[in-house]
Design a protein around this ligand. Sequence first.
Ligand code: HPA
Length: 239
Amino acid sequence: MKAIIGGTGVDSLDLFSLRQQLVQTEYGSVTLFIGEDEMDHLIFLPRHGSAHSLPPHLINYRANVSALAQFGVDEAIGIYAVGSISEKLGVGQVGLVSDFIDLTGGTREHTFFTGGEKQVVHIPMDRIFDAELNRRLLALDRSLVDAGVYACTNGPRLETCAEIRMLSTLGADVVGMTLATEVTLLREAGICTASLAYSINWAAGVGSDEFSFIGDETIAHLKQRMTQLCCALFPSSSR
Ligand code: HPA
């Protein structure tokens, strides 16, 4: 099975018919959207819930990833809305994340390996993203850029200008609130992953304009492009 995990701006998938299924996991219940007919190998998971009701720090990431693992998902593409810090990923652009810095502060349930019967495992993070998935995505869309390093803040508030200057000094290119927790758990669950980032704003204090997000129409256009790309990556022959 394959999965697309969507976030802000990508809370639904309208390219083929899906059935909704409530899945129980030991961490809580999750609603998955499973493709029908020839797309029954593809699952869509809206990480904030289908009504976008969960803020990033309250998402039950373990339940989400656990539900995908129950369905035998072996490859998942995460789609992440970000703010741009460097010029690597300009506003309105889509790219592949190459690394992350986790600044969520350890307050989230961020690991399956909690000791005892849940083991003590230190998952390597030197090669976070699956090179083959990235290669296949790039082969389908040559215009994908290298989005660089994703700094993951706890949110839900946005960053101050001073915080963005600090993140820039640390080597971050884009900022968001979900990727590090989710990708770590995907790695722990043995699910290969690649991360598509799309920029919806310049981060606080970057550039001269006042802070603003791109418009809903542009977001809808980018959503279409990214979800079509993911579906092309996982055609029915990839079941
Ligand atoms: N900061 C944090 N998360 C975000 C941003 C941002 O500027 N834009 C989209 N997600």
